[in-house]
Design a protein around this ligand. Sequence first.
Ligand code: FMN
Length: 217
Amino acid sequence: MEDIKKIIQNIRNDFNNEELNELHLPENPFDAFVEWMKEAIQKQVPEYNAMVVSTVNQNLQPSSRIVYLRDYEKDTFTFYCNYLSKKSRDIQDNNKVALLFYWIPLQRQIRIEGIAKKSPIEKSKSYFESRPYENQISAYASVQSQKIASRSELLKKFEEYAQKFPTYPVPYPEHWGGWDVEAHYYEFWQGRPSRLHDRIAYEKQKDGSWTKYRLSP
Ligand SMILES: Cc1cc2nc3c(=O)[nH]c(=O)nc-3n(C[C@H](O)[C@H](O)[C@H](O)COP(=O)(O)O)c2cc1C
């Protein structure tokens, strides 16, 4: 164990990627996001659409977990889950959330802060219908974030719902759907040598325009 602690204390990756210059970044952070996402896809970053979603419940307790980004359009980022899950309950108490992408091969992270609201039901329905049969059944079998006695209990419920809904597509379950996060803050982080990283932030103003500034690493 001691050895592992020493390894963690002493590991020092120096970052040596290209600079991130505020003058070259678009005026609009969403355009910058799309550029970076395109690059992550082109460079085959593993799990490029996986992001951390952080919520804060009514006792002010933060909680984070990874979900997949499934859609984005002009400052709105969508993920899907069970509306009875812990994260959904947290959002119903407090709709302020943070999103985080970390793309190790590019030495980049993107931080987003925004307000979550339920996706329109037609959008959730249409995404649900695009999911494979087994995933659709799972949305019924798993009451996400609830305690269960055993894995066999879960598998039994999966079988029961597979018998109930033998044909594809399975009817849309209203307890499942999307959260649309509307961003009002973005930060683009590029790892640089000697811990002198580049950080460019964008903040939405009351009139809807964006201010862009550099942060100390
Ligand atoms: C790579 C990855 C992708 C995931 N994608 C999703 C997702 O899109 N939706 C989801 O509900 N959970 C997803 N999960 C599971 C969540 O991290 C989490 O365990 C689950 O949503 C329950 O979280 P909660 O109890 O805080 O609500 C993913 C996990 C990983 C590691």
